[in-house]
Design a protein around this ligand. Structure first.
Ligand code: NAD
Length: 491
């Protein structure tokens, strides 16, 4: 359904648990040939996908716009992100996963040649949410494919169309090997994917993430969990106020606030508070919300999921009832379609749901703090730790950033860490386990295998059977030497 109009735009068949098992078995059979292609061979197919995505970016954006209710500008950012990921992992995969020589570093191991290789899991299962339907599914499939794994993706049941279109093109237009597949459905389909995959990459809420981890524990399947956030922003006195206001507006309202790394709590030092709040209220109040056509005419789109809209509305209503003040917005927009007005709240207290729980909507709260110590304490007072931002004079802002408990902190900037593939992105606390991007974002799809080769030309070793008296005497001598002198001198 198009959340901006309420009209149905498409449908996909639901895959049963049996369908998932069959799909996984099929692509498992194709994985060895894919791995055997090597980095160059796999990169060639992914480059074909990149070119297809760039050639068809308008078509893909139309589909995304229709199933998410995003504004056009936001529907067009997913394909360049994917192209960037392909270029990044296409050029770096071999460096991150190539065989490594390892220095022995101990006396005993010095007699051996040590190497480390990374071997992919055969089937990686990816389960993703609806807010960025391609970035959070295909974006994570790219490093898995480059590592040599086969991938089955389960998009959100709310937004499956764009991903199905691309996987159809991978198979039928590009003619690439059958190692990338989509299964459709809700919890039952996703659970089957957890059961049959060798590694599970999950992006979604912390509530579902915990279920995924519990289910995966039954088969001891490793998981990475990219979960929710309640991202703080700290505004210090003496910085560029317009940049801070602009960053806060975009960071909290981008994708209608339906972003894991959305700014949800802002803490402003006393001396900057009044000016910041006045400017932020104007800036958020001026945003144009609605449906745009071929060109960008609106800033903020619809809310993709009805139950999410209801959750946002309840958080705001409860906060207002408990004493919070709405400076702009504060209620649902007119239908058809699912809308919530861009909203700024002040006078919130830490015990309110809007301050504790993820909002995932176009709502931001602003709180006055006496100094940076109070800002850091309140910013860290959360069960989440996904991302954060600090605005202010750079030296002081960077010092504050280093004390924030989060997987990434942007200084005088917003959201940008997501666009720097060289850096890991992951959550602390209940925001997740594991990382996407960087070296870790591809190594997680592999098992490490240590290769230990003996250098010695001796037929057998003093440590081996049979334990004859001569061998025993030799072992004792060696042990005494190592224990008595060798280890104390070893560097
Ligand atoms: P969700 O947890 O409801 O659903 C995510 C996916 O899990 C969907 O595909 C859904 O079908 C599937 N699912 C549902 N029940 C399941 C089960 N029992 N076992 C396995 N899978 C199951 O989340 P959502 O509403 O789609 O997305 C919003 C959430 O995603 C927010 O909390 C947001 O912060 C988070 N998110 C995190 C990141 C990140 O990178 N950390 C990025 C985007 C969104």
């Amino acid at each position: 359904m198009n959340p901006a109009t309420g009209e149905q735009v498409g449908s996909v068949p639901v895959d049963s648990a049996g369908d998932v098992a069959a799909a996984v078995a099929r692509i498992r059979g194709n994985q060895p040939a894919w791995e055997a292609l090597g980095f160059k061979g796999r990169r060639r197919w992914l480059n074909e996908l990149r070119d297809w995505l760039l050639d068809n970016s308008d078509r893909v954006a139309d589909t995304l716009k229709s199933e998410t209710g995003k504004v056009r500008a936001e529907a067009t950012i997913e394909t360049p992100y994917l192209a960037d990921q392909i270029n990044f992992y296409g050029s770096k995969a071999e460096k991150f996963l190539g065989e490594q020589k390892v220095r022995p570093n101990t006396m005993l191991a010095a007699t051996r040649k040590l190497r480390l290789q990374y071997r992919p899991y055969q089937v990686v299962g990816l389960i993703s949410p609806w807010n960025f339907p391609l970035v959070l599914s295909l974006g994570d499939a790219i490093p898995a494919l480059m590592a040599g794994a086969a991938v089955v993706m389960k998009p959100s049941e709310i937004t499956p169309l764009g991903l199905n279109e691309i996987v159809d093109a991978w198979r039928n237009e590009i003619g690439a090997p059958d190692v990338l597949h989509v299964v459709n459905g809700g919890a039952e389909t996703a659970t089957a994917l957890v059961d049959h995959s060798d590694f599970v990459g999950f992006t979604g809420s912390d509530v579902t993430g915990k279920k995924v981890m519990a289910r995966a524990a039954e088969t001891l399947t490793p998981v990475s969990l990219e979960l929710g956030g309640k991202d703080p922003m700290v505004v210090l006195e003496g910085g560029n106020m317009d940049r801070a206001v602009n960053g806060a507006t975009w960071g909290s309202m981008l994708n209608s606030g339906q972003m894991c790394i959305s700014v949800e709590r802002i803490y402003v030092e006393d001396g900057a508070y009044d000016e910041f709040v006045e400017k932020l209220t104007d800036s958020v109040g001026e945003l144009k919300q609605g449906i745009d056509g071929e060109t960008a005419a609106c800033d903020v789109g619809a809310m993709t999921m009805l139950s999410q809209l209801e959750k946002v509305e309840k958080q705001v209503d409860d906060a207002v009832e408990a004493g919070a003040r709405v400076l702009t917005g504060g209620k649902r927009g007119e239908g058809p379609g699912q809308w919530f007005e861009p909203t700024v709240l002040v006078d919130c207290t830490p015990d309110m749901s809007v301050m504790e729980d993820e909002t995932f909507g176009p709502v931001v709260t602003v709180t006055r703090v006496s100094d940076e110590e109070e800002a850091i304490r309140l910013a860290n007072d959360s069960r989440y730790g996904l991302c954060a931002s600090v605005f202010g004079p750079r030296g002081r802002a960077e010092k504050v950033a280093r004390r924030i408990e989060a997987g990434a902190v942007n200084v005088n900037d917003i959201v940008f860490n997501m666009l720097a593939p060289g850096l890991p992105m992951g959550g602390w606390k209940e925001s997740g386990i594991g990382y996407r991007n960087g070296e870790y974002g591809i190594r997680k799809y592999c098992r490490s295998e240590a290769i230990v080769s003996a250098r010695t030309l001796l037929r057998s070793e003093p440590l081996w059977y049979p334990y004859t008296p001569e061998r025993h005497a030799l072992v004792s001598k060696v042990t005494k030497f190592i224990g008595g002198r060798g280890l104390r001198r070893f560097r």
